[in-house]
Design a protein around this ligand. Sequence first.
Ligand SMILES: Nc1ncnc2c1ncn2[C@@H]1O[C@H](COP(=O)(O)O)[C@@H](OP(=O)(O)O)[C@H]1O
Ligand SMILES: [Mg+2]
Length: 331
Amino acid sequence: MYRKELDIALSAVSRAAKLCRDVQQTLVDAESVQKKDRSPVTIADFGSQAIISMALSAAFPEDPLVGEEDAVLLRKNDVLRGKVHNLVSNAIGAVDEDALIEAIDRGARDTNFSGRFWTVDPIDGTKGFLRGDQYAVALALIEAGRVVLGVLGCPNFNPEKWGANGAIFYAVAGGGAFAAPIEPGTPVGRNDLNAKPIRVDGTNRPEAARFCESVESAHSDHEVHRRICDRLGILASPCRIDSQAKYAAIASGEASIYLRLPRSSAYREKIWDHAAGAAVVTEAGGRVTDFSGSPLGFTEGRTLKSHRGILATNGRLHDGVLSAIQSTVAI
Ligand SMILES: Nc1ncnc2c1ncn2[C@@H]1O[C@H](COP(=O)(O)O)[C@@H](OP(=O)(O)O)[C@H]1O
Ligand SMILES: [Mg+2]
């Protein structure tokens, strides 16, 4: 099932991850004053969404794409457009500028969220990207509100284990979860010999669990997380990771619990921040729900409107963490 979809998604995400990696490298090499400059991330965001959108529309012209970016800024700004055009042409060969703009804008159109559509976060973890830390290129295919395929490119993920270019994590519903090192020059494929099945860890003792959360305290309430962890008797200090690399950490057994309670009760999570990661964790044997224990549903539009709080675990710990959450916070 979904063989062609997976092949296209893997190759598009690995090419986009390579583009992002090259741009992040120029940031890391630059003086600190330039690290505060957001333009590199902007260029890489557009470039990454363009590569993925073009690959999808060539292979699946009927499929809508819901992306984080649109091309409004690019249409107005010739210099920026020129830079993105160069970046993408260097990555995948000469492309027409109008086709590039159109590819980016495709992600901004309205769509039928109850049908089949793709969702992309071209750089998830922008803040991490700018700091030189973790980020992810995330792509998921959704059908009738359920994620049927998820791919997460994580160029800085555990280089000791996966090599200098990080890893790509992927899953198809019912088919298990896998990870493969990202090799520059060769996009990852479905039959990649270096791909390995991944699995959540087996701990059922919260005191032995490793727990992860966002680096950015503005993105989730670290203090409430700490109270939940105290109630569970978790001893280790939190592991703070940007982006959906947190889902990759749960799926590959490097952490057991991911908590995310937004600071503001008005904030709604974006679908592209969770769809791919949730598929990978679920297929690796874990569980992903909101704070009331409901599985995430993706029919509601660009946000997870009816869900508050995100909990991803190795599965065994899930009900215990949900009880601790519900005794700590009013959902
Ligand atoms: N106030 C807020 N509360 C929760 N999430 C937020 C937020 N502001 C931004 N985000 C989301 O947090 C994502 C990053 O998550 P993390 O903290 O896990 O790295 C951002 O994705 P982008 O970086 O793609 O914009 C953004 O969508
Ligand atoms: Mg994001």
